[in-house]
Design a protein around this ligand. Sequence first.
Ligand code: GCB
Length: 888
Amino acid sequence: RYLTVVLLLVGLVSQHSLVAEQTGADDISNPTRQTTLLNSDWRFELDGTIEGQDPNLDDSQWLPLRLPHTWNTEDSFDEDPGYRRNASWYRRNLVTPENLGDEHLYLRFEGVNQRAEVYVNGQLATHHVGGYTAFVCDITSLLNPTPGASNLIAVRVDNSWDPDVPPIAKINFTIYGGIYRNVHLLRVDPVHIAVNDFASPGVFIDTLLVTRKEACVRIRGLVENQDASSHDCTVINTILSPEGREVGSARTELTIPETGRSEFETTVGLQETPQLWSPDNAVLYRVKTEVLVEGIVRDLVTNDFGIRWFHFDPEQGFILNGEHLYLKGTNRHQDREGFGNALTDEQHREDLELIKQMGANFLRLGHYPQAPAVLDSADKLGLLLWEEIPVLTRISESDAFRQNSLHMLEEMIKQHFNHPSIIVWGSMNEIFLRNGDGTRSEPSEAYSAKVSKLAHDLDARIRQLDPGRVSTMAFHDSRQYDKLSMLDIPQLVAFNRYFGWYGGGLSSFGRELDRQHQAGPERPLFISEYGAGSDRRLNSIDPQRMDFTNSYQQAFAEGHLRQIKERPYLSGAAWWNQFDFGNPYNQDTIPGINQKGLMYFDRTPKDTYYLFQANFSDEPVLHIASRDWPIRIAYPSPKSNDSAEPPFEHAIKVYSNADSVELVVNGTSVGSRQPDDVCAATWKVPLQEGVNQIAAQAKFDEKIVSDEMEIESRGMPTNLAKEGDPFDALYVNVGSHVEFRDHKDHIWIPDQSYQSGGWGHVAGKPRELSAEGSRKSVDVFNTDEDPLYQSFLVGINQYRFDLPDGRYRVTLKMNDYENSDPATRVFDIKVNNEPVVENLDLAMQADKQTALVTEHVVEVSEGKGLIVDFVPVAGEPVLSGISVVRET
Ligand code: GCB
């Protein structure tokens, strides 16, 4: 038999469309089963309405591509509302191997979002719903049996919204369509470990007993016989230590009926003191499972596992291997700038490494099962995982929705059962955020009862499928949970909390946790989400809730870390989210992106990443937390009407886990500080106008660690006309308290009302305050300066600059996203009494959500300064930004 297989391999390599792209070590030692990556040589057609499965259809004009692939990398972020949720086709040829004999070929899809129909030579091989779990189909009988024959694999993929397929919430994240994970071809003997038992590995390993001294490993599995006659077979399970030593084995005899399956179960006592798996010591054991018939190996698979035990305690938190371990956590969505959800295994691994390097030991895979590469990396890096199914925000009341949810749950648990990294299975997230119809109205009793019933059923299924792990749900602040006693359903109660962001004050976070702890002292608690968004272009010396400044994200994160640390009963907390991620529903300062990441969508770290690293990691961390605020504006004291004179005072913050940090500004030490309880140290330091060299230094044992950056300080002109105060330019973010840095590094400074000798607006008030402060989360078209346009002054009469004489260019930036009715807001603009724009009707001229820019060059003379008048014709004038630049 081995000889035959070697020949087979040679045969395979000569077939072009079936060249093994990736052959793991397992395959070399495992001639009975071959796994070939089928990512190359696909062709793609966007139009899903055609009969793409038809072998006679000419696909020579289709787009050639390599998987992973999604068709939504761009459209979810462009200015057209929505993104393509529809069907498309993928096709590929597959050559019938030589000497296939009685072996079987299976296709394995790691993830297709979100409905897939797989055809082979025009015949339906399988269909699958759910975009986040793997599926497998046997294609042997549909192939042309002639060796060397070409077979057509066609896959229709559909990501359109389907009320029966979770997730049905449209508001949380982008549902990118495509075959966005790997595809494999499996070739197996007719007698093999089952490959299509919920696309699981077919072998399930857990530990029935673990102490520091001994471990008892349970190995269960399913063997499939696709022969027409029954077989007596022997299953040999061998446990290999992390070093590859044999440390236990068991033989099981099985009779498998023709075209049937048989289960086996065995327990093996480990013949060594167990090496326990933990975040600090992520050691993996391996089970080698061989299936023999008449002494000949017919299948061989290996599965890694880890030996550890854990529980959650309502008072003491999380206990791993008998020791308390605080869960330092974060969340991850799987998409990335420029790639959508179609990441390579390497990119998945990079993400997990970034999380590990931050010092986290816990990761919630919010909100769906993730790629095998993610799970494997977590096992190897030592990251504890929460994995969940995408039942979030609301449910459908249909039976199909319920069945699909239960099916996905079973797929997830069976597929990922052997990963030691997983400790909790999640079944629902904020399920009462919306009603069944997507609105926020009060849910009917019938709907609530359905939700509660599904919650019970999912939770029961978790406990039944995997009693060795813990069930959980992420709750939010809805009264429904208490009303329906839903907090009593899961074994771990987790909350998503956004105090100080969507509402409430920062300190409500801890108070509310304490209240929950008292209300249910028997429930272990976890924070599954807390987070605030930021934008590298926005900063403020007076940061406020939902202003998307880095300064606020930092303050929010520091405030939460502090409150979390003060509560030892809490098992841990996970920041939402490690990475900015795609969500067309978020129209914040970067449209289509949820900006709560500790890293940008392209994985550049924000300053806040280092706050977490300093708090979480045992490695030396020292970071000047101003990478996203490299240009500082020097504000004079509010009472002074004079220009601020250099040197200006600025707050410079360092995140470090050192005992003491020294800050050096332009070569001079400004002193050493002890970082506070959340590893932040702040100095008020004088900066010279222009570029300043900032350095921080700390000693870790005997090792000196340093960080350096340049910070530019710019004076803010106040008394513009003052002699000897040369005026160059001024950019104002009208109606806002926030500094906005544009592409050219101009800082659009916060607005102020006019004072004689200086500058500012006359009359007008910021647009009505909403949950987001004076700005509103809205996509402003024709610009990427969205935050500048999102806040504006309403009812402005004048903008004045008491400039010295000279020639200036005045730029006005406007839009009126709130008003689309023509003729209700019309105004004229005059610059130094000259009409420059007449009857400006923003609703008419620029469509309400479109940025409108006007520019005017003006000669200022006779010391009269610059006055821009906004003269109402109908309604109240508005203004978002104004700049005045001296013309040379
Ligand atoms: C939540 C949701 C998550 C959102 C997040 C947010 O509670 O579970 O899907 O992305 O809030 O950023 O609002």
